[in-house]
Design a protein around this ligand. Sequence first.
Ligand SMILES: [Zn+2]
Length: 559
Amino acid sequence: MTSDVAAPAADAPGDYPLRKTYVVGFDGATWRFLRPLIDRGEAPNFARLMAEGAHGELRSTIPFQSAAAWVTFMTGKNSGRHGVYMFQDYDALSYSYVGRTANSRYFSGQTIFDIVSQMGGRVGALRVPMTYPAWPVNGFLVSGFPTPGDTPESFYPADLRSELGSSGIYDESDFRTLSTEQQVASLDAQMDRMSDLVGALIGRECDLFTVVHRVPDPVHHFFIKFVDQRTPAYDAEEAQRWGDVVDRFYRKMDEALGDVLDRLGDDETLFVISDHGGAITPPRQLNLNVWLAKQGLLTVKPRAKSARERLYALNQRLMPARVRALLRRRAPRAVQGELRGMWKGLQEIDFGRTQAYHFPMKCPPLAGIVINLRGRQPEGLVSPENYETLRSEIMRDLQHLRDPRTGDMIVDAVFRREDLYHGEFMERAPDIVVWCHGMYKEGPLAQGPLVGEVPFDEILQVPGSHDEKGILLAKGPAIAANRTVEGASLIDMPPTILHAMGLPVPRDMDGRVLTELFTEGTPAVETADVTLERRSADNFLSEDEEQQIKEKLKGWGYL
Ligand SMILES: [Zn+2]
């Protein structure tokens, strides 16, 4: 049942009796690691939340990557409407990435923090990704990853910066080059600072308190090699030494959850979420441009292969574990970096003679394909009348693609972009989204093998990536106890949070209220027209800030 009410004006607080709500986000947290810990009694706070509330899987966005996912969490809208697909969006019109990174001025649409503020509620938002630069809300905001560091623009109100001192912003610059000991120490320090930050601000008057802990994401990215033998980066000796490190951080997450759970009053609601899950970086790669060339749809610029390219191609072949181990110890960091940086250099495509090309989504096992459309791309040659036929043919043929070595099917699903997105920013999405089997990621080559091994150095640098399965737990006066729910998505969180707070849900949100979380007898969902004009999406950061943010993203393996 839906009833319509008008949204109250900003200066009319108290029209709604707000029920205080907490949201604790754990970036990338997955049931895969959490559930065994709960079963062994090592995550008592999560266990309590499961018994006293509802829980289930929370499906991420596509791509299941922090930038798109957290903006969807804040806006309740799909990427086609808020405009963020990746940390750095691909621009089909220029055949390369857009020069700027996604940030709070880049995406379009109101966030849940703006909506609650508008309805007279007070909000606190701590380190939610994609909230740099901070902006005015009815309450306080500390920007989340990525930020250029502890700058005045990281805080609202600005004087929060001096109040918080060292518990404010802290992002290590280059994480990849640290030793495991240093990485563990750095993540420990981050969790401690987050605990200080929460401690400093959780007691303030607030109707919606949101905090996001980023640590589980790098824990997966860098430490999954100690617990998952399917990654070529697995090393029995190292696993012996570091095998507990993933669980160790999950136990710390449980403690962080306890800090909030202990404060939760009987009439208050808590949601625990993650924006996606964690998985190994797929060991094999599909070079879609090689396939498109074989189909006669892509032409490579003729030129001599460099020694580096030959090395890269060689590196793609299957390497025995012993050779890999040797390479791991011998390869200097600089060489590793160079191999990674070759991605762009290999994209030597003659666009004037190409009908379709690979669009890097940087979210394994996803990949994109863009049609080179006349009137859209500068060298577009596919006529609009032929667009749909060509797209359908590519999608059909992709589904029959097999790994020449194993005979296995490679592609699990293919989507037209309008199957996944709608809205004014759909042009930023590729025409086709390819979802490969979990053992395959997109490869950079336009010449060479169709399928190869991901270069070992590349896997070693970032052995873990994401999957689409996040976590959801909820507890509160209107939340059912000991209930398992299915079919929840991240995009449903803003409407669900607003409903739990006793607020109407803006009609233009793409998600739905997860009514299955609530007990019978909970008031029906109210909807409202909320038209708040957010600041223009055309305000960008200074070049300096851009550069610092890009360095951070690279340093953590996101770009
Ligand atoms: Zn994330």
